[in-house]
Design a protein around this ligand. Structure first.
Ligand SMILES: Cc1cc2nc3c(=O)[nH]c(=O)nc-3n(C[C@H](O)[C@H](O)[C@H](O)COP(=O)(O)O)c2cc1C
Length: 204
């Protein structure tokens, strides 16, 4: 186990409590906590915030987003997080609107000359992002959702990217029978929090 706890921020993108993505988040965070993570969880549907308004203050003098609202402490927590967990249903081919608005605000983490800078982010690199994705349609749909965010997340410093998907789940509770997905969640958490320690155990 890592000696310093890994700060972990989880954003819940679904408005449904105890829905499928919420269940994945619970399983992931349970295993994160067991393996020493420090966790903060935010239910985006409970917060009042806007998407990016392109004020550009974060690129013209301020180090932070120009808007102050209920996403402000979330962005501050993310800036201190080694692991960012995004739990979201697929809504109309992408992440939920609640999550997409929040992701757009991550723009404030980019430095002013980010298009050309080699260090594009105000955040250090080597961080993890985990997408816990749920969808009603089968596995062959939306397999590339995380990939579509990959370059942006890498630029921000979240270059270690992990995907857990539950497919063919529509109603809350559908995921309950999908135990291999819950196992994926556990394994993904262990690979992040146990990291080198896990590799050592597997070598023995
Ligand atoms: C507004 C809305 C849009 C949706 N769009 C899609 C979609 O495009 N593709 C899909 O596979 N499922 C879609 N779904 C189904 C959800 O992704 C699915 O029910 C998921 O398990 C919900 O996760 P949750 O229980 O965490 O809310 C949609 C559901 C809603 C309410």
């Amino acid at each position: 186990m890592n000696s310093t706890p890994m700060n972990t921020v989880c954003l819940l993108g679904s408005p449904r409590r105890d829905g499928n993505s919420d269940t994945l988040a619970k399983v992931f965070l349970e295993h994160a906590e067991v393996n020493g993570a420090r966790i903060q969880k935010f239910s985006l549907s409970d917060l009042q915030y806007n998407g990016c308004r392109n004020l550009f203050e974060c690129k013209t003098g301020s180090e932070h987003c120009g808007q102050t609202d209920e996403l402000t402490p979330v962005l501050a927590a993310i800036s201190q997080a080694q692991v960012l967990v995004l739990a979201s249903p697929v809504y109309f081919t992408s992440v939920s609107g609640q999550l997409k608005l929040a992701i757009d605000r991550f723009f404030s983490f980019f430095v002013p000359d980010y298009p050309t800078a080699s260090q594009k982010s105000r955040l250090s690199g080597g961080r993890h992002v985990v997408l816990l994705q749920t969808q009603g349609e089968p596995e062959d749909r939306y397999a590339d959702l995380l990939k579509s965010f990959s370059a942006s997340f890498t630029g921000l410093g979240f270059d270690k990217q992990h995907l857990v998907r539950a497919c063919g789940v529509r109603n809350p509770g559908d995921i309950g029978s999908s135990s291999s997905v819950l196992d994926d969640c556990k394994k993904t958490a262990e690979s992040i929090y146990l990291g080198p320690a896990l590799q050592e155990i597997e070598k023995d």
